[in-house]
Design a protein around this ligand. Structure first.
Ligand code: NAD
Ligand code: ZN
Length: 392
């Protein structure tokens, strides 16, 4: 990974930006972070040089914007402002509710791309949150056996997590993200200005993923959040500029070393084995993803105390920070047995054994295979109650 900062140059109106390079199996790509970048998309495509053996992004037969009606209403005008109209087609908009993150949506998008004349030199630009990014990334991986993808994430989750690292995919009725592909993008453009219109609850949902980065590898970020989480929640510019690039770097470092989740990348799943079970058990209706991760991190921390020697003081710090972000919908009213069954069907379960990413200390986690189901059950049974250390 290489990182550099560039100030606005004399020849261009582009604002100062941070550029984080990521090496991937299908070539290196850049993640650009900067205020106002979404208003200069054509110029950014123009500047993105060809990787080894590939084409430059500017060498394309059409730029196809994919987004949702809601996202487009908020950011469409900004994006169109910085696009060379001759290369751009009318945006293709689709419903970005989690329930529509499906094969049916991918098929419809592929057909719309055919009708719009997209060929193998097309560039697809996904504008939206994680749902738009995951669906469009998978569409790009599949359409004509692969066309180039660019991501413009417009949610906090998108900017710190889903747009980075090339995991794409859709849900089946049987479970979340069960069909997909590893398909790294050619460029990611993260503009914090696009976050201004995000509803508060959606923004807070992203903060839980930010806390995750603190627990899995960045004790300094965790302490910063303990002091500044309210500033971040109010979208203070300095807080965003500190937090978002720091998370992007962390994720870039991890996926570079382990693009296909053979080992290290698993740490990004901290809190997620529980979270996915909570989301599945409530048919994806009760929690935003990040909120489920909030509960999942509390559960994983308590499980760490029970089974991995994690200190109860540090567990209480995690719990306090998660609860400080804002109200969480209460834990699912589903039996522990049912939740264990759902976890048994999770992609992260291997050979029927429960695998959890558990904290050893704030800033350090490890994957534990073969966690006793009784311990998991005990954590689930108590989840709604504050831990003893936070109760007083
Ligand atoms: N691929 C990965 O590595 C990865 C990582 C994390 C999460 N995900 C996936 O991402 C999805 C969650 O993504 P998300 O949290 O970004 O939510 P989301 O994509 O569901 O978007 C949340 C809501 O905010 C709206 N929205 C988006 N941008 C907006 C803006 N700028 N202004 C106003 N409204 C806006 C959307 O229309 C949507 O209603 C889940 O499906 C999850 O599985 C994928
Ligand atoms: Zn997540």
């Amino acid at each position: 990974m290489n990182t550099h900062r560039r100030a606005a140059s004399k020849e261009t109106d582009l604002p100062a930006l941070i550029c984080i390079g990521v090496r991937s199996s299908s070539g290196a790509y850049n993640i650009l972070y900067g205020r106002g970048l979404s208003q200069g998309v054509s110029e950014l495509l123009e500047r993105t040089k060809a990787g080894a053996g590939g084409l430059a992004l500017a060498e394309n037969t059409g730029v196809f914007l994919l987004s949702s009606p809601r996202v487009w209403r908020h950011v469409g005008r900004k994006i169109m402002f910085g696009l060379d109209r001759t290369a751009v087609r009318r945006p293709i908009l689709f419903d970005d509710r989690e329930a529509r993150k499906s094969m049916a949506t991918v098929e419809r998008l592929c057909r719309q791309l055919v009708w719009a004349g997209a060929d193998r030199r097309a560039v697809l630009v996904a504008v939206g949150g994680g749902v738009v990014g995951d669906v469009c990334g998978y569409t790009a991986a599949s359409y004509l056996r692969g066309v180039r993808a660019v991501h413009i994430p417009t949610t906090l989750v998108g900017q710190v997590d889903s747009a980075i690292g090339g995991k794409t995919g859709v849900n089946l009725p049987e479970g979340k993200n069960l069909v997909g592909a590893f398909y790294p993008p050619k460029l990611v453009i993260a503009d914090p200005d696009t976050l201004a219109t995000l509803p508060n609850r959606e923004f807070r949902s992203g903060i839980y993923e930010v806390i995750k980065y603190g627990v899995i590898g960045d004790a300094r970020l965790f302490s910063y959040l303990e002091q500044n989480v309210e500033r971040l929640a109010s979208r203070d510019q300095a807080a965003l500029d500190f937090v978002i690039p720091r998370c992007i770097r962390a994720k870039a470092r991890i996926v570079e070393q382990d693009e296909r989740e053979a080992g290290l990348r698993e740490i990004l799943n901290f809190g997620h084995t529980f979270a996915h079970a909570f989301e599945t058990a409530t048919a994806y209706r009760r929690y935003l993803h990040g909120e489920a991760v909030g509960w999942g991190m509390i559960a994983a921390s308590r499980l760490g105390v029970r089974t991995a020697g994690f200190s109860s003081d540090e567990s209480a710090r995690i719990e306090r920070l998660v609860r400080h972000v804002g109200p969480l919908p209460s834990p699912p009213r589903v039996s522990g047995k049912r939740l264990l069954e759902i976890m048994g069907a999770d992609k992260k379960t291997r050979g029927g054994k429960f695998r959890f990413v558990l904290p050893l200390q704030i800033g350090k986690v490890k994957t534990v295979a073969d966690v006793p189901p009784d311990a998991v059950h005990a954590v689930l049974a108590d989840l709604g109650r504050p831990s003893e250390r936070n109760a007083s």
